[in-house]
Write a protein that binds this ligand. Sequence first.
Ligand SMILES: NC(=O)c1ccc[n+]([C@@H]2O[C@H](COP(=O)([O-])OP(=O)(O)OC[C@H]3O[C@@H](n4cnc5c(N)ncnc54)[C@H](OP(=O)(O)O)[C@@H]3O)[C@@H](O)[C@H]2O)c1
Length: 323
Amino acid sequence: MKAIVISQPGKPDVLRVQDYPTPEYGPDEVLIEVKASGVNRADLFQREGHYPAPAGVPADIPGMEVAGTVVACGDAVTAWKPGDGVCVLVAGGGYAQYIKAREGQCLPIPPNFTFAEAACLPEAISTVWSNVFQRGQLKAGENLLVHGGSSGIGVAAIQLGKAFGARVIVTVGSDEKGAACIQLGADRYINYKTQDFASELSAVGIDVILDMVGGDYFPKNIGLLREEGRLVYINAVNGSRVQLNLSQIMAKRLTLTGSTLRGRDYAFRKALSAEIHKEVWPVITAGRFKPVIDKVLPFTEAPAAHELMASSQHIGKIILSWE
Ligand SMILES: NC(=O)c1ccc[n+]([C@@H]2O[C@H](COP(=O)([O-])OP(=O)(O)OC[C@H]3O[C@@H](n4cnc5c(N)ncnc54)[C@H](OP(=O)(O)O)[C@@H]3O)[C@@H](O)[C@H]2O)c1
């Protein structure tokens, strides 16, 4: 098969198309012919040599989400058959023509979704469901603040927040990104390049914050949270060392949490996929969640896809097509 391989740590041009052995699947695994691979910020960190793949997946093939067709099933597989369209969150190896996945990780491609649209779903929805809804316990009627509102994760957080009855406020780096977030249902945007989100939102009272920025956002986030508020970290691109006044945690009874999906075991991934299928797939199939694709590029243009993501000019997802 063909795969996009990180030939050495470095800039986007270290990504090369190479021949690679097709994965051998086990008894409870399916072999998927990949039609579309989602590009995620973490793939850039991996390419630079800062985010090694966990054991069990190819160390040199990035990619954490794919959509495609099941072409073969292990003897113990009961949920899928050859020909089924699936999308799946994987721990690595997603930039390849074929990938294996355990059956409980896979989700059906929603009706009328293209492979590119389906490849937008696994990483963003898993991250948002696990962090905003499971860890952050977002409830209808609450205020959700999403930093990086136009990111692949952000556009999913906006739509799921709204679908489950929250008021959603986002921070973005341009008014164009803000307008796109409003179109997706966000109630308000703050352009952090021209406005200070902490003073703009000081009178609002936020229940849940999804943050990937960290650094100087931390004290601002803590200040904005209401009593019983939840602050959820999924990255800290501006710095992960912060100072905390514990009195604020106690006075407002705050919850500070966060997680990374990549290292989670199969039991967690299987349970998460099952819950997403039960809770989120009905929202998607009812047409209340739109995949937001900035660009679909052929797999041979993986370096350009990484350059586009690094530029942060995109809104929503960047997809590599194998069709
Ligand atoms: N913990 C987990 O399990 C998990 C899972 C998935 C993703 N993540 C994290 O969630 C974030 C979003 O992922 P994604 O794949 O959706 O990425 P993405 O589409 O590239 O979005 C990242 C966005 O963050 C904003 N941003 C703000 N400050 C930034 C900075 N200093 N450097 C770069 N971007 C900055 C940019 O938008 P503006 O122009 O508006 O600033 C950018 O578009 C990433 O940090 C990723 O690592 C974590």
